[in-house]
Design a protein around this ligand. Structure first.
Ligand code: NAD
Length: 259
């Protein structure tokens, strides 16, 4: 993907899982990559890994739910590199998983704030830096917000992920006039550290959750996907190779959502 060389990317949630794999892949393609995440050792190790292989990377501390920090982070990137071509709005949490009647409004709010408001804030603050030359934005939703709704306790998560798909489509429509493309990707189960940010409540653990297929099974591979497989899709959507693709939701799930 030669058109990516020396272009500038911001990747949120870049310290782990899908974001980390995408940051490594984009740097390998010659992009200057800003790894935006909570202050995190794994994020800093990823920056070091990119630098040690001759790539270009910086990091910014940002909670994507914090409007001031998100605005500042995009200013920092503009200051460092003077342009912005690609945003991967990927940071997300499963958050507190609880039956609806036990879900605390503040736990609902936190999941929506990180996953949905965080996405809005990143797009909002990216646009002023992208609108002169155009660019591409990819939002990590999930099959759980679009095609397969499984697992009790995931109502806030699923609502946030569905909201991301709707937001991506509206943003694609609005931002086409600046030649900014916006797409949502919907991964199935991917082997990452997302379980660390999952908090099932005791109430949820009392419910027998119907599961209609073995955990993690996907028709194509019979195992969770790998973050590097998602990173390949992200690089394609960053590149001019996808120049006519905008406003879509792309499933990357080994057909898991069809089971
Ligand atoms: P992960 O936990 O491995 O990585 C998530 C990263 O986001 C971490 O580095 C974390 O520090 C960061 N993050 C969390 N809250 C943040 C905040 N408020 N501000 C900034 N950064 C924050 O998980 P992952 O699986 O790589 O998740 C990435 C995205 O993929 C999420 O949006 C998730 O919903 C989505 N997703 C994951 C799967 C899966 O099976 N792993 C499936 C579908 C969608």
């Amino acid at each position: 993907l030669p058109d990516l060389k020396d272009k500038v990317a911001v990747v949120t949630g870049a310290g782990s899982g899908i974001g980390r794999a995408a940051a490594l892949m984009l740097a390998q393609q010659g992009m200057k990559v800003c790894l935006a995440d909570l202050k995190d050792e794994r994020r800093d190790q990823t920056v070091q890994e990119i630098l040690s292989t001759g790539g270009q990377a910086i990091s910014v501390d940002v909670d994507v739910a914090d409007p001031i920090r998100v605005a500042e982070a995009f200013e920092e990137v503009a200051h460092a590199w003077g342009r912005l071509d690609f945003v991967f709005a990927n940071a997300g949490i499963n958050g507190v998983l609880a039956p609806i009647e036990d879900m605390k409004p503040e736990d609902w709010d936190r999941t929506l704030s990180v996953n949905l408001k965080g996405t809005f804030l990143c797009v909002k603050h990216a646009v002023p830096h992208m609108k002169e030359q155009g660019g591409s934005i990819v939002i990590t939703s999930s099959i759980n917000g679009s095609r397969k709704f499984s697992g009790f306790g995931m109502s806030a998560y699923s609502a946030s992920k569905a909201g991301q798909v709707a937001f991506a489509k509206m943003a694609a429509l609005e931002l086409a006039r600046y030649k900014i493309r916006v797409n949502a990707i919907c991964p199935g189960s991917i082997k990452t550290n997302i379980g660390e940010n999952t908090q099932p409540t005791p109430e949820l653990q009392k419910i027998k959750i119907p599961v209609n297929y073995p955990e993690g099974s996907q028709p194509l591979e019979h195992a969770p996907g790998m973050p590097e497989q998602v990173a390949d899709l992200v690089a394609f959507l960053a590149s001019e190779a996808s120049s006519h693709i905008t406003g879509t939701e792309l499933f990357i799930d080994g057909a898991e959502s069809l089971l």
